[in-house]
Design a protein around this ligand. Structure first.
Ligand SMILES: NC(=O)c1ccc[n+]([C@@H]2O[C@H](COP(=O)([O-])OP(=O)(O)OC[C@H]3O[C@@H](n4cnc5c(N)ncnc54)[C@H](O)[C@@H]3O)[C@@H](O)[C@H]2O)c1
Length: 340
């Protein structure tokens, strides 16, 4: 790692899906990059490209470790905090360790960036909106950063993820007001791209894997639930540009593509694009996630604030993303085959 770089970026949770793409994008911008990850859900293999770069280093560490994190934050000019438990499947089953993991991590990171006056960005999630769909005159509109949140009860564990992420936002904003730290919050909406894995409930990699292996493509519920998928390259661009924008500090921004697709339609697209003979099978939600689970029917980000700040928002279309992901998955299964 060289020391000439003016920008030294620390990414917590950087061996995960989003963090590994962020690391590569920051290296391309000429930044020095340190990734800290305890590899609970992340993989060092995600960092294969970054690891060969002279301005990159990886530290396997829990971000709640105050003593070992302090020098890393001290050396950094900006911190992207992504370390978290993630995914509907992980959030669906009660686990105090998941909740405490996030609370300890945010507590430590905010104390350290306050002490060292390091710029901070919190990766939050569309899950903080819970079941809020902005309905006006019977019309569904998009979710704005200041839309009221609506959550299910605390005995439905799935809501813990949204609750914890909201607490992380509250704490970040409180430090911004009390301590004057430079902090921005991004709410990410269903990010998709290479390296995302299906095990934690991520729908696109799961459907692609099922389709390519000729297994039933399993749609939970009736498939009418809709999501807006955002391409990782677009999302990472917005995260980096918001960090550079002084007016973004103390603010929350939705980052997402605003075009929704139903999960059933998604399954049909993946079946068609893979040329798979897999059946599409509807699986009752209770079978997949147990009886105490609630799904969310629709979430569309309102990206006006992001567009106003940056002049753009994620727009890469779903079909283009699916084609890239299917090609990548095919290469993993048949590394020497070429698709014409
Ligand atoms: N993937 C999405 O669509 C999405 C949507 C909204 C928000 N987010 C947010 O983006 C961030 C990254 O998500 P992702 O999809 O890349 O998930 P991911 O699971 O791939 O990455 C999270 C990383 O955090 C690491 N980690 C967890 N706890 C840690 C700790 N205590 N110390 C060190 N490392 C720790 C994990 O090992 C993993 O590498 C998360 O904060 C998540 O809430 C993701």
């Amino acid at each position: 790692m060289t020391h000439q770089n003016e920008r030294h970026c620390l990414i917590t949770g950087g061996a995960g899906f989003i963090g590994s793409h962020l690391a590569e994008a920051l290296l391309k911008e000429g930044c020095a990059v340190t990734v800290v990850d305890n590899l609970t859900t992340g993989r060092q293999a995600n960092l294969a490209k970054a690891l060969s770069h002279p301005n990159f280093r990886f530290v396997k560490l829990d971000v709640a470790n105050r003593e070992l994190m302090a020098p890393l934050v001290a050396q950094s000019t900006e911190v992207y905090h992504l370390a978290s438990y993630v995914g509907v499947r992980l959030a669906a089953y009660p686990s105090s360790s998941h909740i405490l993991n996030n609370l300890r991590a945010i507590d430590n990171m905010l104390d350290l960036v306050t002490h060292y006056r390091t710029k901070f960005q919190l990766s939050s999630t569309s899950e903080v909106y819970g079941k809020a769909m902005d309905v006006q005159n019977g019309q569904v509109t998009s979710l704005k950063e200041d839309t009221d949140r609506i959550y299910g009860p605390t005995n439905i564990h799935r809501w813990s993820y949204s609750g914890i992420k909201a607490i992380e936002e509250f704490l970040t904003l409180a430090k911004y007001h009390e301590e004057g730290i430079n902090a921005v919050i991004v709410r990410l909406f269903n990010v998709v791209g290479p390296r995302q894995i299906g095990q934690n409930g991520m729908v696109i990699p799961r459907f692609i894997q099922q389709a390519l292996q000729g297994e039933p493509i399993t749609v939970y519920g009736d498939g009418a639930q809709q999501r807006c998928f955002s391409y990782i390259g677009d999302v990472v661009r917005c995260m980096i540009d918001l960090m550079k924008t002084p007016g973004a500090s103390g603010e929350i921004f939705n980052i997402g593509n605003h075009i929704p697709v139903s999960i059933l339609e998604l399954a049909h697209k993946i079946k068609e694009f893979t040329g798979s003979r897999s059946e599409i099978v509807l699986v009752p939600i209770e079978k997949a996630f147990g009886t105490s689970f609630e799904d969310v029917l629709l979430r569309i980000p309102n990206v006006d604030k992001l567009k106003k700040q940056l002049g753009y928002h994620p727009t890469t279309g779903l079909d283009q993303v699916l084609i890239e992901l299917i090609e990548e998955a095919e290469k993993m299964i048949h590394p020497y085959s070429v698709r014409h």
